[in-house]
Design a protein around this ligand. Structure first.
Ligand code: NAD
Length: 291
């Protein structure tokens, strides 16, 4: 059995998986591969699947499966797994790091010191204590973030189309209500037809002018043009994102907008998460081999 590790995983993974067969990171051997491990970079499209006639199992290290054509894998009898539970802590911690960094101007303070500037009077901080965080998509990561925000004594709201109760947040029946009430909004939805471009001009019109949006979910859930315009017009205080329409982005209207904070899709990239993803991948292949 040939196992192709197509994207970046923990460096110990090839050794861990070698008990099942040959392990390679040579993408040119996709036609021979029975198992392919991907993260978000490799796109398992119809063309990719057609180029891999021996493929039986795709393991997506991480959560989102929007880079896998699941309709087509089904027609080919290819099983697709993600490692859904592994990344929760890593992404929730990055989202919370961005929530802390924004009102404390961490990036700007650091940059100004390196440029030899002393902008103590310009950097007016605000506190998270007593502020309202709206969580958009109250699944694993949204819930983990809610726990952290409550420890900071934030009021936590959430909107979710099919969740009516949570121990960790007050559920609002509509996204509009969460946007109206929140000082911070954190996006944790999967990218689906129903969520594509959901945070757009119409929704942004409901935000407080002082509100911040943090996106560690998917870039496609947000209309970047509309967010950039809202920032330029002073209708939104700030936007932080880890996620992009492509990795790396081929330009973005956000690059010219004020009060932004960016990361290069590192939500899942903790050492601990890479270890967990490897352990789960090992178990998935064990079950596949012993089915
Ligand atoms: P999850 O499935 O536990 O939670 C997502 C929640 O969104 C689900 O509860 C789902 O029911 C809900 N949802 C579904 N349709 C919706 C809709 N139409 N409107 C609003 N909510 C809807 O997943 P999770 O583990 O919490 O991950 C959430 C997302 O985070 C993933 O889908 C992925 O896109 C993203 N993610 C990003 C990174 C990163 O590196 N930045 C890493 C992992 C996951």
């Amino acid at each position: 059995m040939l196992i192709l590790i197509s994207d970046a995983f923990d460096s110990t993974l090839p050794q861990l998986l070698s008990k099942y067969g040959e392990v390679t990171d040579d993408k040119g051997r996709v036609a021979e591969a029975e198992v392919v491990l991907i993260r978000s970079k490799t796109k398992v499209t119809k063309e990719y699947i057609d180029s891999a006639p021996n493929l039986k199992l795709v393991i997506r290290g991480g959560v989102g499966l929007d880079n896998v054509d699941q309709d087509y894998t089904k027609t080919k009898g290819i099983v697709v797994h993600n490692t859904a539970d592994a990344s929760t802590t890593a992404v929730a911690e990055l989202a919370f790091a961005m929530i802390i960094a924004l009102p404390n101007h961490i990036a700007k303070a650091d940059q100004s010191m390196r440029e030899g500037k002393w902008i103590k009077k310009e950097l007016k901080r605000t506190e998270l204590y007593g502020k309202t965080l709206g969580i958009i998509g109250m699944g694993r990561i949204g819930t983990a973030l809610a726990v952290r925000a409550r420890a900071f004594r934030m009021k936590v709201l959430a909107w979710h189309p099919d969740v009516y109760f949570s121990d960790f947040a007050e559920i609002r029946p509509t996204l509009k209500e969460v946007m109206e009430e929140s000082d911070y909004m954190s996006v944790h939805m999967p990218l689906l037809d129903a969520t594509r471009g959901l945070i757009n001009k119409e929704m942004l019109a409901h935000c407080k002018k002082s509100a911040y949006i943090i996106n560690t979910g998917r870039a496609g859930c947000v209309n970047e043009e509309d967010v950039a315009q809202a920032l330029k017009d002073g209708k939104l205080a700030g936007y932080a994102t880890d996620v992009w329409l492509s990795d790396p982005p081929d330009g973005s209207p956000l690059f010219d907008a004020p009060n932004t904070l960016f990361a290069p899709h590192i939500g899942a990239s903790t050492k601990e998460n890479m270890t967990r993803i490897g352990q789960i991948a090992d178990k998935i292949i064990f079950d596949y081999v012993n089915k």
